[in-house]
Design a protein around this ligand. Structure first.
Ligand SMILES: *Cc1c(COP(=O)(O)O)cnc(C)c1O
Length: 370
């Protein structure tokens, strides 16, 4: 039994409190707390610049942003998505009265397998909702090609992909819309928060209306909108976080390197190694427990936990295991064997900007010394 403080899969970054106080004073002085105040505006501008995207609309959280993004595109019927994600991905479809159609993932990237998408398309299919799992880009070209040929819209759940770049720039510029989460557990957090990235001013205006009840003026409501607005407190935190996110990602990279180095010769432990994007964010460090490891995944998970190391089995169970996804009428029963296998083997190891390399080495030691 370890007596030191338990280590969790992540520990949220926070900016220096002293930097926040003057911003809180501004909020207190102005009494502008929300509804697109000055910090909200500044954070939208700063994020467009940092991320390299043309337009962004801030939200109270990533899930409301996903629900709103799907609504904004007027998606109907069936939507092809991945079972290997956080449950909010598919929940956003159910909240829009849409039918998720689950397609298996590709074994090296763990993203929706483009080779299996077309077989799942029916006359009711109108969109694809892929996830850049662990921040590793989907095969955006293949997905775009399928979408173009079948006139489907594409919304990327980019909750893991803050700051990720591919050869053509920000990964967030692919698809019709991309959705970010700024939840406490993510690489960039505003405590709670999220955003929709879009490519033109009209779409941004429409999304801004939808997140504000559908108001277009003081007296006009044109849509069944929702309240999805980010408030000034969260926006102020976000502005400060942005000043520290690059060193945080750099430290995550050193952790990633240390884990890979330490785990590379352990039989039965496989690190997730899809081809690296131009810029990664090192948001997660998943390992897979194979049959030649002396313990099962759950035995290793429990052993680490007993020693104060709290990994997470992201993503287990698969979304399709939750009861509300059991009886999906109209959806073709899919072969999800890759996702099922991975979900049984995965453990995400702790990774965050204040995790020391010594701690990483001690975690590796636990995994080696079986
Ligand atoms: C975190 C997450 C969400 C939900 O974001 P919230 O901001 O927590 O609502 C959606 N999809 C994925 C893949 C996530 O990891």
């Amino acid at each position: 039994m370890s007596t030191s403080k338990p280590i969790y899969v992540t520990q949220p970054d926070l900016p220096p409190l002293d930097d926040l106080i003057p911003m809180l004073e501004q909020i207190w002085d102005s009494r502008i707390l929300t509804n697109g105040g000055p910090f909200h505006q500044q954070l939208e501008d700063a994020l467009c610049e940092y991320l390299g995207v043309p337009y962004i609309s801030l939200f109270a959280n990533g899930t409301i942003a996903l629900v709103t993004a799907i609504r904004a595109l007027g998606i109907t019927g069936e939507v092809i998505t991945t079972p290997y994600s956080f449950v909010a991905t598919a929940h956003a479809l159910l909240w829009n009265d849409l039918t998720p159609v689950f397609v298996d993932i590709e074994p090296t990237t763990l993203n929706l397998d483009p080779a299996k998408i077309e077989a799942a398309i029916t006359p009711q299919t109108t969109a694809i909702l892929p996830v850049h799992c662990y921040g590793n880009p989907c095969d955006v070209e293949a997905i775009e090609d399928i979408a173009d040929r079948h006139s489907l819209q594409v919304v990327y759940d980019a909750a893991h992909a803050f700051g990720v770049k591919c050869h053509c720039g920000s990964i967030l510029n692919h698809g019709d819309l991309s959705v970010l989460s700024f939840h406490a557990t993510k690489v960039f957090n505003t405590l709670e928060g999220g955003a929709i990235v879009c490519q033109d001013a009209d779409t941004k205006r429409y999304i801004d209306q939808l997140k504000n009840f559908g108001f277009t003026s003081e007296t006009t409501v044109v849509e069944t909108g929702i309240n999805g607005k980010m408030n000034e407190f969260n926006a102020a935190v976000g502005l400060l976080q942005l000043q520290h996110v690059d060193p945080a990602i750099e430290h995550r990279e050193t952790i990633d390197v240390a884990y890979r180095q330490g785990l590379k010769d352990i039989p039965g432990i496989r690190c997730h190694s899809p081809s690296e994007p131009t810029r990664s964010n090192y948001s997660y460090f998943p390992i897979f427990v194979e049959d030649d490891y002396p313990l099962t995944r759950d035995q290793l998970y429990d052993k680490l936990k007993a020693n104060g190391i709290n990994g997470r089995r992201y993503f287990y169970p698969l979304i399709t295991e939750f009861t509300m996804y059991w009886d999906l009428e109209d959806s073709v029963p899919a072969d999800l064997s890759v996702a099922k296998d991975v979900a049984e083997r995965v453990i995400c190891l702790p990774i965050y900007s204040e995790l020391s390399i010594d701690k990483v080495k001690s975690i590796v030691k636990q995994i080696v010394s079986i």
